[in-house]
Write a protein that binds this ligand. Structure first.
Ligand code: NAP
Length: 288
């Protein structure tokens, strides 16, 4: 018997366009008050993937009518040179957000560099002060990828209250903050990871599943409750070299109620939330 059910697709490109239009509108309003929101993107070394990411971040900023500088340094840059650069960006009035592209070369302690960014300019939301603010429910910057996932749930009018949300993955940049955001919206949250016994037994109970692992087919149709919402954060390559997520999209879309595609799902939302955070950093400066 073939299934005729197909999940509704949550279109990350369309939602990103809507949100970016709002960012542009708010940027115009700020400019009228004499402030142009500014993002500094710092890249150390020649990592090819990082070069693409930083270009897209700067491009996104400029398209939204914001100011953006890309600072590129050789892989030989020392930790103290980078810390000194962060220090001067912290006090640069034209810069509201600072992003240091990871990974950094091995001789630089990434934690130390992230902690050097002023929390008021931590638009990536990776500083311990930002993580702590999320944990205790204070205002701070939310990491862009899980923040984007929350916007996707919001876009379908999904109420998380009383729902069981299962997050697969517990990294500091996706899984853990994702779980805290879902909890803040009154979901009952389970976090799964590589040592989780019987993942399928847990995902089958989920109303919402966020897969953030980095492995193809971590989530297949037999692991999903009918009608559930499936958000795929993973970015992998299939056998043909094409971008794919953690979820078996073709199989799961026949069971789930909503699903995000890869590409065109969470990916476009991540940079969009960086633009939102940068804009908010500038707005908060006015309010301060
Ligand atoms: P990460 O730091 O490598 O974390 C992966 C997590 O998955 C870990 O917590 C790991 O568990 C868990 N895991 C590994 N194998 C598992 C398994 N078989 N079953 C259950 N859990 C398992 O990765 P990340 O930085 O969070 O990123 C996750 C994925 O999202 C990657 O594909 C990345 O490229 C993608 N990503 C996409 C965006 C975007 O904009 N679309 C942004 C960020 C990341 P342990 O903790 O036990 O090792």
């Amino acid at each position: 018997m073939t299934s005729t059910h197909t999940a509704q697709i949550i279109d990350g490109n369309a939602l990103a366009t809507t949100l970016r239009t709002d960012v542009s509108r708010r940027a115009v309003a700020l400019k009228a008050k004499g402030i142009t929101p500014g993002l500094a993107v710092v890249l150390v070394g020649e990592n090819p993937a990082s070069q693409v990411y930083v270009r897209n971040k700067v491009k996104g900023c400029v398209e939204a009518g914001m100011h953006s500088v890309l600072e590129r340094y050789p892989a030989t840059m020392t930790e103290s040179e980078l810390l000194a650069r962060i220090d001067s960006l912290n006090s640069d009035k034209s810069i509201h957000g600072i992003l240091v592209q990871l990974p950094l070369p091995a001789h630089i302690n990434a934690d130390k560099v992230i902690e050097a960014i002023s929390p008021a300019k931590d638009v990536d939301g990776f500083h311990v002060a930002s993580a702590g603010a999320l944990m205790v429910g204070q205002s701070g910057f939310w990491p862009c990828t899980p923040y984007g996932c929350m916007k996707m749930l919001e876009s379908i009018g999904y109420s998380l209250r009383g729902k069981h949300a299962v997050v697969i993955g517990r990294s500091n940049i996706v899984g853990k903050p994702m779980a805290l955001m879902l909890l803040q919206q009154n979901a009952t949250v389970t976090i799964c990871h590589s040592a989780t016994a019987n993942l399928k037994a847990i995902t089958l109970q989920a109303d919402v599943i966020v897969a953030a692992v980095g492995k193809r087919n971590v989530l297949t149709a037999d692991m999903v409750k009918p009608g559930s919402v499936v958000i795929d954060v993973g970015m992998n390559r299939n056998d043909e070299g094409k971008l794919c997520g953690d979820v078996d999209f073709e199989g799961v879309k026949q069971v789930a109620g909503y699903i995000t595609p890869v590409p065109g799902g969470v990916g476009p939302m991540t940079i969009t939330m960086l633009l939102v955070n940068t804009l908010e950093a500038a707005e908060r400066e006015i309010a301060a």
